[in-house]
Design a protein around this ligand. Structure first.
Ligand SMILES: [Zn+2]
Length: 426
């Protein structure tokens, strides 16, 4: 009997070290990690000493289906993820309809059957489902709460409703992921700035203080309710300071940032205008520096793309009408690997941020770990491969990237999901 797949000449990421060995995959599982002779296989691949990482995870993507499939769908979004070296995505609930009920979760799961990567679904929280959260855990991987408005209209900004939401999520034992911006502060500043046409007015209308205020509220509510709190797409130095302090005081809080905030600032908003309009907006160099320090020191737990595609047609409107969000699931890892080559961060940290910590926080059960008996979910990278991001190469349905023209070194070259090769440029 032949095994399904053998990968020879691998450098395998195993217990935080690189180990030379060959890898055997059969019926979706890793069946052998060996230095001796390989068994006969249906397919043999020479990985040419490329690095085999555990299957990377993106805990924050918007694949837009149902309801917004002109921007993205489960087929295009998941293929973009596979191209970006991502084997597992956690998908956000602000679709149309929003994912608020068990029925919505089942419906989305049926649509997601065409996904080429593994996935988990978030359940959203609104006034309508506050009392039904427990039953949603049958299908939802975690909960998402918008403290400030973003794409869709799911914001919950009344403190008594928030308290109820935190309390009820705490009872489920699942993680509560929060979009932390203070809705009332944003409303106030929108009024002040809405006559201005300069794109930077958008950043002023959603100021850093709005995020800091919301993080502060979320942490206080977490203290009271003991919920497992996760702050999405952190952008500010002062927000990070609050999270660090809360962690020290044993509050169960983690946070993520997006490469979008590591690689772009207000200057990009000035230059690329609505193309880099996102919620929260890109910040200053001061914040960017603090985020880099945060990921290097482990104070920021997770890197997630916040892949939020919109068409160019939608983006080419004035700064107030254009929707917020940028596509980034297929470019995040290569940007980070380029940073590894530039010695801005160690590969070990990237694996922690995009695999180890997501597994731990969302209790994904050793997902992706390269061990015998585990499902074969693998991200194979070539640290020496040069790249230039160009529109023609993109897989996302929206068909553009804020990083077009960027050049670098180090990219994913093969993505294996449940033993099947879903992307191959080895
Ligand atoms: Zn998002």
């Amino acid at each position: 009997m032949k095994v399904d797949l053998a990968l020879k000449n691998c450098r395998i990421w195993h217990k935080k070290r690189l180990k030379r060995a060959d890898l055997v995959i059969d019926k979706g599982k890793i069946t052998s990690i060996t230095k001796s002779r390989l068994p006969p296989s249906k397919k043999m691949i020479d990985s040419k000493n490329r690095i085999i990482l555990p299957g990377l995870i993106d805990v924050h993507v918007h694949f837009r289906e149902p309801g917004l499939t002109h921007k993205e769908d489960w087929s295009t979004g998941s293929r973009a993820a596979a191209k970006g070296g991502i084997t597992y995505v956690m998908e956000m609930p602000n679709t149309i309809p929003p994912t608020l009920t068990l029925r919505d979760l089942f419906d989305k799961k049926a649509l997601a059957k065409k996904s080429v990567v593994n996935f988990g679904l978030y359940a959203g929280i609104s006034q309508k489902n506050l009392n039904d959260l427990k039953e949603l855990t049958k299908q939802a991987i975690a909960f998402k709460l918008f403290m400030g408005k973003s794409t869709g209209d799911m914001a919950l900004d009344d403190i008594s409703l928030l308290l109820k939401a935190f309390t009820n999520v705490a009872k489920t034992g699942k993680v509560l992921c929060v979009h932390a911006e203070n809705e009332k502060m944003n409303k106030h500043f929108y009024k002040n700035y809405k006559k201005e046409t300069d794109p930077i007015a958008f950043a002023r209308a959603r100021p850093p203080e709005s995020e800091v205020l919301a993080i502060n509220d979320a942490i206080e509510l977490a203290k009271q309710t003991n919920v497992k709190l996760h702050i999405c797409h952190l952008t500010t130095k002062d927000g990070l300071t609050l999270i660090k302090k809360a962690k020290k005081n044993k509050v169960d809080v983690t946070c993520e940032t997006s490469p979008n905030y590591l690689f772009m600032t207000e200057d990009d908003l000035r230059e690329k205008r609505t193309l880099v309009k996102m919620n929260p907006p890109p910040r200053t160099g001061r914040d960017q520096k603090a985020l880099w320090k945060g990921i290097k020191t482990g104070k920021i737990d997770i890197l997630a793309s916040d892949h939020a595609p919109h068409t160019l047609h939608e983006k080419y409107q004035n700064i107030w009408f254009a929707p917020s969000g940028v596509p980034s699931v297929e470019t995040s890892l290569q940007l980070m690997l380029n940073a590894v080559n530039k010695r801005m961060i160690k590969l070990e940290k990237v694996v922690e941020l995009m695999h180890d910590n997501p597994v731990k926080r969302f209790e994904l059960d050793n997902y992706g770990d390269i061990e015998i008996g585990n499902d074969a979910n693998l991200t194979i990278i070539d640290l020496k491969k040069k790249w230039e991001i160009s529109r023609e190469d993109l897989v996302t349905k929206c068909g553009w990237s804020p990083y077009e023209g960027w050049e670098g070194k180090g990219m994913p070259v093969m993505t294996i999901v449940n033993g099947n090769i879903k992307y191959n440029q080895l």
